[in-house]
Every structure is written in C-alpha cells, then in structure tokens.
Design a protein around this ligand. Structure first.
Ligand SMILES: [Zn+2]
Length: 294
C-alpha cells in the first residue's frame, strides 16, 4: 500500500507535462496574434513634424543615390508610383527617365571586363580594345575575335559544353565602330529607325565593340532560335561559371533597351557574373547599384 502512493506525484507531473505540450502551440499562436494586432508605433514616428523628406531618406539609405539626380528622381517617382525606391534610383541613374541616346556619356572602365556600354554609355569611334585575339574554327565560324581574357574563358566554356555533349560556337564577337555603322545603317534602311533601334546598336553604343560580347549558335539552328536548343539550357546553368552573363534577358527589355537575345553573352569575369546572376538584375542595373563608385 505505501509503495503504490509514491507513484502518484510522478503521475501528476507527467500529466501536467502532457497538458503543457498540448496547449503550448495554441498559446504561441495567441501571442503571435496579439503582436500582429498591436498598433505600429513606428508608423507614427515617421510623420512627426521634423520628419525627413523622401529624398533625404533615400540619400541616407542608398549609397548609389546621386545628389545631382535629385530632381529627376522626384519627377520619375511622380510618374511611376508603381516602382520601388530602389528601382526609381537605379533607373534614373541608368538614364531611363530620358529617351534612349540622350545625355550620353563615354563608357566607364574601358579595357576592363566591367566596361558598361548601353544606350547611354558609348565607346569612341577610335576605340579598339587591347589584346584582341582570333578564335579558331573549333570555337567559331571563323574571322571572329575576342579580348584575350574573354577568348580564353570562351574556349573553356565551349570545351566544357562539348564534354557534356553540347555544341556551342561564336558567330559574332568583336565588331569595330565602322562595321557597326554599316550594320546599323543596313537595318535602318530595311526596317526604319524605330524598329532597328530595338535590336541593333548605333555605332559606338554596341556591346560588341568592347570585344567582350559574343553571339553563339549550336551549328544547327539559326542563332535566332538558340532559345529552343538544349545548348541554351546548358548556357543558362553554366555560362556564369566561365564569366559570361546573358546580356539582354527576356523580362528586362525596357531596362536594356533591346529585345530579348538568347544568343548574346557578355564576359564580365566569373566573380561578377555569379553575383549578377544571383541578383537577378541586368548588368546595367547591377552596375548602377554596386559598381558605379566614383
Ligand atoms: Zn550580340
């Protein structure tokens, strides 16, 4: 009889523990709910009389805020209330608040893998990159050159693709100012200036003049159909491992100013390529946020 009673306190403790475990999740949920329903104290602080203006807040928050662009940020923000603060600053920094080819500037970082060329940044008519080297026909359709560093990376890429069972070659890479001049003029004559501008760069504004850009195909289909090839799928996964990014992505045509080009890759170096891919930004956007340090 005496021995049996010893178990009673243990039994009670076990029952209490059981009950506790059962009700704990409910209690947690309740606490969470109370937290969510609590009035946001911080919201009121923002509207105190001494509160800072939007532009002051932006200047403090983003290191790519540019004092000289302040009026343009405000005007662009008024027009585009749907855009995030980051995008307002980034797009205006690119120049997108003004028509393409206005307020153009000479491209920064010339003769480096970080050189930015787009519809606002150009290379001079005399600019020829250093260290151009020709690709042989194992890697190209012939007569095609890239800057040495990009050429070596491209050879590695093609070799790696081949090992995985895929065929990739360069069909166009470095283009001189004069060549682009003729090409663009031909497209304008054929399609008119408005349409030509959506797919062809004006002379000086071509990514190809950097000697770091390459158009590819799989030796079977026309480059225009590269998106439908298994080589394209391979490139989507592996191009960055060799320092190449897709320069004109599908859902970013308003930012790049070019229609989607599944065949056009740009060498920026492995480290930067991986960062750009992970950011989901175009080179133009990434440049303005993280590389445009004066
Ligand atoms: Zn191209």
């Amino acid at each position: 009889m005496e021995q049996k009673k010893v178990w009673i306190p243990f039994l009670v403790i076990i029952m209490l523990l059981g009950l506790g475990m059962f009700f704990f999740p409910f209690l947690q949920k309740q606490l969470q709910r109370e937290k969510e329903e609590a009035p946001p104290f911080e919201a009121e602080e923002i509207t105190t009389p001494n509160s800072q203006t939007w532009e002051e807040e932006m200047a403090k928050t983003y290191d790519y805020y540019k004092e000289e662009n302040q009026d343009r940020y405000l005007a662009y923000r008024e027009k585009h209330s749907e855009l995030s603060d980051e995008n307002i600053l980034t797009y205006v920094n690119i120049g997108l608040d003004q028509p393409y080819y206005t307020n153009t500037k000479e491209a920064p970082n010339q003769n480096t893998p970080y050189v930015l060329v787009n519809k606002y940044y150009y290379l001079g008519s005399n600019y020829v990159p250093d260290n151009l080297e020709e690709l042989d026909t194992n890697y190209s359709k012939g007569g095609i050159s890239l800057v040495k560093e990009a050429k070596e990376a491209f050879i590695q890429l093609v070799d790696a693709a081949k090992q995985d069972g895929y065929t990739i070659r360069a069909i166009s890479a470095y283009r001189s100012y004069e060549y682009q001049e003729g090409l663009y003029q031909r497209y304008v004559n054929q399609d008119g200036i408005e349409l030509a501008d959506t797919y062809s760069a004006r002379p000086g504004f071509s990514d190809h003049q950097t000697g770091l850009a390459v158009d590819v195909d799989n030796r079977e289909l026309d480059f225009n159909s590269f998106e439908q090839t298994k080589e394209f799928t391979w490139m989507q996964e592996h191009a960055v491992e060799y320092g190449f990014i897709l320069r004109y992505p599908k859902d970013k045509t308003d930012i790049t100013g070019y229609t989607y080009e599944s065949w056009h890759y740009r060498y920026v170096g492995v480290d930067l390529a991986q960062k750009i891919k992970a950011s989901n930004l175009t080179f133009d956007e990434y440049y303005m946020r993280y590389l445009d340090k004066n």
